[in-house]
Design a protein around this ligand. Structure first.
Ligand code: TAP
Length: 451
């Protein structure tokens, strides 16, 4: 049994049994058997079942949100949004079964059609930072496309995934079509990679583990989607609304205590407005409300664990120049205050590595070219923001930045209607958006002779 700790209180919330290897194999076998019937469910009926699943999530939204607050330390506002995101994804992809249209292609001597066939059993491996949305980004389109799913939540944060598994059954999704298998990455996750009946692995997590997953999947030419780390730039040009850029910058990085692959953890500011920006940033950072995540007014909660807090703290070395800090409660809980760093060199660990905590660096740049050079000076390429009132510059810089998800004059990366994924070592493949379900299908071409 694994004890789950509330990160805000350090109290045990629940204990969960880890799935052992034999049980993982048995679950994959059952998922494989369930596939035959699930893929044959008529498209309209599969759509209806997914809508019922969405309704069940909606009816349980407050419970799911409270579970996430207790297990993950997410603010209640965020956790409600996350549970709502699961409902919305199920509704959105409920439209897919009836719209996997294929093509009819003109050819000589017959008729040529394509089918979007389900892949089979899909294994989804989820990290602890956004347990609900990241699970649903995978399972909603995968189920819609006629696959069965085995899902491994992170060891630290399995409670909402377990609840979603119960809600699926209550909603009428047939047994074994969607199974949640809590346990260790090295056991459950690794078996998704090696078991031949699992035809695709969707992995979200660190680039280091993602690399191992990709190498493991290569042995069976197994399909893989990877959503990995990020070290995203927030580029503020002198012509921007500097007040708004400074007021919103903390929320672009400190949301979910910075434990966000899309966190804008490198702020780049044009030198002519650097001092003004820093003057405005300080009160904005100090204004971030850090505290009890169950309180409706809280904007930032604790880090996920004691060990993660010590990793984050390790980025602030004795020589690190801290410009200013925000607040954090004293007492129990894995708290770390929002922290703004002025790095001494682009090779400082705090600039080069993903901290995955509430730490942001701020550096000046000279001109557009310099901004793009610094922003792209990373192995990652997930998201980023740019602030400018010059439309031409917004488009030029958006095209020049090597990142999959950019926002101009805002910090939003994730909308379920639009594709999401990384350039470079931030990942492989895209999730979400209108083509999300296609990533869980193989195209089959069939030619029928007419002569
Ligand atoms: P990881 O340590 O990589 O863990 C992610 C998941 O993989 C967990 O469920 C983990 O299980 C499992 N795992 C670990 N070793 C495995 C192995 N050898 N084989 C199969 N599965 C294995 O990442 P993390 O620290 O939990 O999450 C933070 C990272 O995720 C950050 O780098 C962040 O940027 C990234 N992330 C990316 C995105 C997107 S969308 N690009 C979104 C969120 C997070 P255990 O629970 O047992 O460790």
């Amino acid at each position: 049994m694994t004890d789950l700790i509330n990160p805000a209180t350090e109290e045990v919330v629940a204990s969960v049994q880890a799935t052992d290897l034999a049980a993982v194999d048995a679950a994959i076998e059952r998922a494989h058997i369930a596939l035959a019937a699930w893929r044959e469910v008529a498209p309209g009926d599969r759509a209806r079942l997914l809508r019922k699943f969405a309704d069940a999530v909606d009816a349980d939204l407050e419970n799911l949100a409270r579970l996430e607050v207790a297990n993950s330390g997410h603010t209640i506002g965020n956790a409600r949004w996350e549970a709502g995101n699961v409902r919305d994804l199920l509704e959105y992809y409920a439209a897919a079964p009836e719209r996997l249209l294929g093509k009819q292609i003109p050819v000589a001597g017959g008729i040529d059609v394509t089918f979007n066939e389900p892949l089979g059993v899909v294994g989804i491996i989820v990290p602890w930072n956004f347990p609900m949305p990241i699970a649903a980004w995978g399972f909603a389109p995968a189920l819609a496309a006629g696959n069965t799913v085995v899902l491994k939540p992170a060891e630290l944060t399995p409670l909402t995934a377990i609840r979603l598994g119960e809600l699926a059954l209550q909603a009428g999704i047939p047994a074994d079509v969607f199974q949640v298998l809590p346990g260790k990455g090295s056991v459950v996750g690794q078996r998704f990679v090696t078991h031949p009946a699992v035809r695709k692995v969707v992995f979200t997590g660190s680039t280091e583990v993602g690399r191992q997953i990709m190498a493991g999947c290569a042995a069976q030419i197994k399909r893989v989607t990877l959503e990995l780390g990020g070290k995203n730039a927030n580029v503020v040009f002198a012509d921007a609304d500097i007040e708004k850029a400074a007021a919103t910058a903390p929320y672009g990085v400190f949301d979910n205590a910075g434990q966000d692959c899309c966190a804008r953890s490198r702020i780049l500011v044009q030198r002519s407005v650097f001092d003004r920006f820093m003057e405005l940033l300080e009160p904005a950072v100090q204004g971030v409300v850090v505290g009890d995540p169950a309180d409706d007014t809280t904007e930032m909660g604790p880090l996920i664990s004691a060990s993660h807090r010590s990793t984050v703290a390790g980025y602030i070395e004795p020589s690190t120049r801290v410009a200013f800090r925000g607040n954090a409660p004293a007492g129990p809980g894995f708290w770390f205050p929002p922290t703004v760093v002025l790095p001494s060199s682009p090779t400082d660990r705090v600039v080069a590595e993903e901290v995955f905590g509430p730490v942001v660096t701020v550096v000046p740049f000279e001109d557009e070219r310099d901004a793009v050079r610094i922003a792209n000076d990373t192995d990652y390429g997930l998201s980023g923001s740019l602030w400018t009132n010059d439309l031409g510059r917004a488009l030029r810089v958006s095209r020049a930045l090597e990142a999959g998800n950019l926002s101009v004059n805002s910090h939003s990366s994730v909308r379920y209607w639009t594709p999401f994924g990384g350039f470079k070592q931030s990942g492989l493949g895209r999730e979400l958006g209108p083509d999300g379900a296609l990533a869980f299908t193989e195209v089959k071409n069939v030619f029928i002779a007419t002569t």
